[in-house]
Design a protein around this ligand. Structure first.
Ligand code: 4AD
Ligand code: MG
Length: 449
């Protein structure tokens, strides 16, 4: 058992002229009764294998013919350099074994050429047909889906690396909670032994409880939102990278938001250039996302800009997807929007001492029409103020008693943010829909497979 040879290495010239045994899956197959061309794939790449009846003998040649698309196989052969071949190499097959076959009555149902369809809004999306969503467990093997999963992995790695290298401690909060963080309208209620519980919308409130212990903390965990909105950027279960930091201002928190996003972009360029190129991403543009500073703009200025563009938006509204899409279409790097009206944000946001209409917060909006990828800011940190804000909102105090207590014992100025990892990967990959970057997307219409 085990696997020693990877197709990616073969294509990189590591095994030229050598006899190797490749283990993988059949991606395509064609040929005659005398010669078969079989494209083999593994997690690292693809290579064409050429099997001849006169080399293999009848029995092994028949096994090659039987190996339908997505059969798993062992192929032994000699690596030949061939400039005309995809990837520059081919394998002359000398031995062949079928490991896990495919029933000819039920051929592999997913075809790479049928992955792009039009959605309700007339956008072309990958893998979005009901058929492909039903076949998601098989769809994951397509080149595009595999590429997205690799980009995703690099993004997760980059986030851990960023926070750990800046002395943040990884910290876990419960997923069953008693109250809302981001407003009641997107809460998932779950029966909990005769009581009601909710799935958490954010790690934040429990992170604030540990802030006096750890001072700088972060997580990457799922968050849940009962989002009915069917946009290209909403999931009901998404991966949330959040940080909380003691003794910090809105500006200092934004520096880390910018820092982590730039580090993700840089890491994708360093680790996944081939994947980004295969998605037709502009590498210079991605380098700009990694290197250029992100401008900051007040909410009021964004509203004026939108109104100037003829968008119907009024002061006091939080910006939804349709508005952010218009605003960010022509951005060349992400932009921060700061100082939202108090009425547009939940109670935990700290009121701006210079003007009580506003809170000291920020959203980071990604360019190319992707919109919000980060939401954060300073927290209401004194006991008196948090009680006032909770009461103002008409929120019951009871589920938040622990949150209030934290402020009764040595409250300090602090803040943090939440970054939607799926949204960031979707934007950097140029995905047609957030669904593309998560293996089994959960949306208002689907919890299967
Ligand atoms: O702006 P949000 O709601 O902020 C919070 O949850 C804060 N408590 C975070 C904090 O300060 N610790 O969510 C943060 C980010 C959004 O900017 C977005 O990127 C992502 O989470 N997000 C979603 N991603 C995918 N699908 C959804 N339904 C999302 N809702 C939020
Ligand atoms: Mg937000």
């Amino acid at each position: 058992m085990g696997k020693e040879i990877w197709i990616g290495d073969v294509q990189n010239g590591v095994h030229d002229g050598q006899q190797v045994t490749l283990k993988g899956w059949v991606k395509r197959t064609r040929g005659s009764n005398k010669i078969r061309f079989l494209v083999l794939r593994d997690s690292t790449g693809t290579i064409q294998c050429v099997g001849k009846r006169d080399v293999l003998g009848d029995e092994m040649f028949e096994a090659v013919k039987e190996a339908l698309i997505e059969s798993s196989v062992h192929v032994t052969g000699t690596v030949r350099v061939d400039e005309r071949a995809d990837g520059g190499h081919e394998l002359d097959v000398e031995a062949f074994a079928l490991i896990g076959g495919v029933d000819p009555e039920r051929p592999f149902p997913v075809t790479e050429s049928a992955m792009l369809t039009e959605d309700e809004e007339g956008n072309m999306v990958w893998g979005g047909s009901e058929f492909l969503l039903d076949q998601r467990h098989l769809y994951l093997r397509t080149a595009r889906a595999t590429t997205m999963l690799k980009l995703r992995s690099s993004a997760f790695g980059a986030i851990h690396q960023y926070f750990r290298s800046h002395d943040f401690i990884e910290y876990q909060a419960p997923n069953f909670v008693a109250g809302a963080v981001e407003g009641g309208s997107t809460l998932f209620e779950v029966p909990y032994f005769g009581r009601k519980a909710y799935l958490t919308q954010s790690w934040q409130l429990y992170a604030e409880a540990a802030m006096p212990a750890l001072e700088r903390l972060y997580t990457i965990a799922p968050s849940f939102r009962a989002e009915k909105s069917r946009t290209r950027r909403h999931l009901t279960e998404f991966w949330h990278a959040e940080m909380e930091m003691a003794w910090s201002s809105n500006d200092e928190i934004m520096e880390h938001g910018e820092g982590v996003v730039r580090h993700i972009a840089r890491t994708l360029l360093d680790e996944r250039e081939a994947e980004l190129t295969s998605l037709d991403r502009d590498l210079d543009m991605l380098a700009r996302y990694a290197d250029s500073p992100y401008p900051r703009m007040r909410y009021d200025e964004a509203i004026e800009t939108l109104q100037g563009m003829g968008v119907d938006v009024s002061w006091g509204q939080d910006l939804d997807y349709s508005k952010e899409k218009v605003l960010t279409q022509d951005f060349d790097v992400p932009h921060f929007l700061t100082h939202y009206p108090k009425v547009a944000k939940p109670f935990y946001h700290r009121v701006d001492p210079e003007d009580e209409q506003y809170v000291l917060c920020h959203d980071l909006l990604a360019p190319e029409g992707y919109g919000e990828i980060i939401g954060g800011g300073e927290r209401t940190w004194s006991e008196a103020e948090i009680l006032k804000r909770i009461d103002e909102e008409g929120t019951p105090r009871e589920p938040y008693q622990f949150y209030i207590d934290v402020r009764s014992y040595g409250g300090v100025p602090h803040g943090g943010f939440g970054l939607g990892v799926d949204r960031v990967v979707s934007w950097l990959a140029g995905a047609s829909h957030i669904r593309e970057v998560i293996p089994f997307p959960r949306t208002s219409r689907r919890v299967t497979p």
